[in-house]
Design a protein around this ligand. Structure first.
Ligand SMILES: *[C@@H]1O[C@H](CO)[C@@H](O)[C@H](O)[C@H]1NC(C)=O
Ligand SMILES: *[C@@H]1O[C@H](CO)[C@@H](O)[C@H](O)[C@H]1NC(C)=O
Ligand SMILES: *[C@@H]1O[C@H](CO)[C@@H](O)[C@H](O)[C@H]1NC(C)=O
Ligand SMILES: *[C@@H]1O[C@H](CO)[C@@H](O)[C@H](O)[C@H]1NC(C)=O
Ligand SMILES: *[C@@H]1O[C@H](CO)[C@@H](O)[C@H](O)[C@H]1NC(C)=O
Ligand SMILES: *[C@@H]1O[C@H](CO)[C@@H](O)[C@H](O)[C@H]1NC(C)=O
Length: 541
């Protein structure tokens, strides 16, 4: 009898628990969800509490479903479901539905991301001590795991394979078609591999292209071993230290070790010692210097394309016609070269001959000349350009003789703009995607608030005055239905072909206009498809 009652009490509790108990658990069953408003809570926590999983705010009101280290001073995200498409900070949620699909839904009902699993009731989602988020069916078979879709970070025991790579902004770490693990800049217009060092052979770099298994892994002692022969270890190698291998916004690949007493990260290995060896870091026509920190500037004769963003590089301040009569100057940039994009290469020729080759080719933008060996390289693109005292050659930038009045000497084309780029993501302009979302959400929120306030005020006004004239009532109904959009023709008519100008402002010229048709008629008649749409979150069950 006692047991029977106990079961009666326990059963309903069991049914309710998974739904309401979505915190500090390492495994959840179907029906479990977390809404973005509960972003202070975690969806899952690994058994030893080293990793947490939940909503991470990547920008103002922009959230991603992510996994992070629980015990670091600054939240360190190791994986994100939706790094490029954050969801709204209101009304979004993540749910393991009764079909067994783990899905992230944005406020408007769009499924931004899901695991694509359909294993029904009995499906569970767990966060393991390794930091791996897994979805298993009722038999325990792993159907999906976050380890197979890394973002910018590789955790110990997480294999990097043929199909997976690490990506951050324009940079990626991946297994190339010849089985070699490489770092590549892959921008909108240019792709360029920069690691391992292209000046050496694969053999000299300690790599091989003959092992086609294409797998690499960082072990728990800080040793990294790749099937192409690459291996390295953390400076603090040994067990008991939390580590990660992350590709940065700046294109460098680094291993970090956690100082457990301070909760902050130290770099325990990095792929590129001189940041100017990272291709594309200063953009097209940009010049990189690294001493002691990274500095970008424009090549002489060029200016920043977007003063906020070095990734967009620099653009010429001159027009080049390439006519037979056009005269050119060459501006010398000492100890400088641009990697790759050679038009021609000659040995043992004089400086004048080298200059001639560049003058004779319209597509030549510059040449590099090494005095001792008399090497001559002409350049079709100014990309991966750098200055370094160690480079025993000079770069000569080709600019039209007749290029206006602006003085074009020296390196810094825009002295007013800070050119030191180090560390921060926003300075590299990579936060842009998120930022625009943020702006969008903030704008939408403010606009939404104003509309609600406006409608609310209108309605309370309407209801508090039952005897208001009919014309006014029509006005309020217009407020409720929608905002009116006028066609250009209507505006032309109303303003008498824009006859009477009232004023000019930042947003344009203001004209006086009169509408003779009753407003209500426009509202009901014209744009039936612009009626407000009420979006409901999709039913995922
Ligand atoms: C929901 O919002 C996202 C992002 O703003 C957009 O891409 C998507 O088309 C929207 N979906 C619907 C159904 O409106
Ligand atoms: C290829 O690489 C894998 C992983 O590192 C290793 O286990 C295997 O022995 C290698 N094969 C050959 C033929 O070297
Ligand atoms: C951790 O940081 C503290 C304080 O900076 C330092 O004294 C200690 O040596 C660091 N530990 C390791 C393992 O680097
Ligand atoms: C790519 O090329 C287009 C057209 O030439 C240019 O407008 C754009 O700024 C370039 N993008 C970058 C990142 O350099
Ligand atoms: C380049 O040409 C454009 C259009 O032909 C002109 O507007 C611009 O002023 C020219 N720039 C220079 C520096 O001559
Ligand atoms: C430079 O090399 C090219 C072949 O790459 C050759 O055709 C040309 O004559 C050489 N120029 C000089 C000045 O030696």
């Amino acid at each position: 009898m006692g047991t029977f009652f106990f079961i009666l009490i326990i059963l309903p509790l069991l049914a309710v628990l998974p739904c309401s108990y979505a915190s500090a658990q390492s495994t959840l069953s179907t029906g479990s969800s977390l809404s973005v408003e509960e972003d202070s809570k975690t969806f899952l926590t690994s058994p030893r509490n080293e990793f947490s999983c939940g909503f991470y705010e990547s920008g103002g009101n922009a959230f991603s479903f992510s996994i992070w280290f629980t015990a670091t001073v600054e939240k360190t995200v190791v994986w994100s479901a939706n790094p490029k498409s954050p969801v709204n900070g209101h009304g979004s949620n993540v749910l393991l539905n009764h079909n067994g699909n783990l899905a992230l839904t944005d406020v408007n009902g769009t499924v931004t991301w899901d695991t694509g699993t359909r294993s029904g009731e009995g499906t569970v989602v767990s966060l393991l001590d390794t930091g791996n988020l897994i979805v298993r069916d009722s038999t325990g078979t792993i159907l999906w795991e976050s380890f197979s879709s890394p973002t910018d970070t590789l955790l110990p025991l997480q294999p990097l394979t043929k199909g997976t790579g690490l990506v951050s902004s324009y940079y990626s770490l991946y297994f190339d078609n010849d089985n070699v693990l490489r770092l590549m800049y892959d921008g909108p217009n240019i792709s360029s591999i920069y690691w391992p060092n292209l000046d050496n052979t694969l053999f000299e770099n300690g790599r091989t292209s003959y092992n086609s298994s294409r797998v690499a892994v960082l072990d728990t002692e800080g040793f990294f071993l790749s099937s192409d022969g690459l291996n390295f270890k953390a400076s603090d190698w040994g067990t008991g230290v939390k580590r990660r291998l992350t590709i940065g916004y700046d294109g460098n690949l680094r291993m970090y070790s956690l100082n457990a007493s301070t909760g902050s990260w130290i770099v325990s290995w990095e792929a590129i010692a001189d940041m100017c060896d990272v291709h594309g870091i200063c953009g097209q026509n940009g010049m990189c210097e690294y001493s002691p920190s990274l500095r970008c500037s424009c090549a002489p004769g060029y200016e920043m394309t977007d003063p906020q963003n070095w990734n967009k590089g620099c653009q010429p301040k001159f027009n080049k016609s390439c006519s037979k009569t056009e005269q050119f100057d060459f501006i010398k940039v000492p100890h400088s070269d641009c990697y790759g994009f050679d038009l021609s290469y000659n040995e043992s020729i004089t400086f004048a001959e080298c200059e001639r080759i560049c003058l004779d080719s319209c597509s030549c933008l510059a040449f590099t000349y090494k005095t001792g060996s008399a090497y001559c390289y002409t350049k079709a693109l100014l990309f991966n350009c750098y200055r370094s005292p160690n480079f025993l050659g000079d770069n000569y930038i080709k600019v039209p003789k007749n290029r206006g009045t602006s003085k074009q000497s020296g390196l810094t084309c825009n002295p007013g703009i800070p050119v030191v780029v180090q560390g921060s993501a926003s300075m590299y302009g990579m936060g842009d995607g998120n930022k625009s979302y943020t702006t969008y959400y903030i704008f939408a929120a403010i606009l939404g608030g104003l509309v609600l306030l406006f409608i609310g005020t209108s309605w309370s006004f309407l209801y508090s005055k039952p005897n208001i004239p009919k014309s006014m009532e029509a006005g309020y109904r217009m407020v409720m239905s929608q905002f009116r959009m006028f066609t250009y023709r209507e505006l032309t008519e109303a303003t008498g072909k824009f006859k009477e100008e009232i004023g000019r402002g930042a947003s344009g010229i203001v004209y006086r206009g009169v509408f003779d048709r009753p407003v209500d008629e426009h509202v009901r008649g014209d744009h039936p498809n612009r009626a407000p749409k009420y979006l409901r979150p999709q039913n995922l069950d």
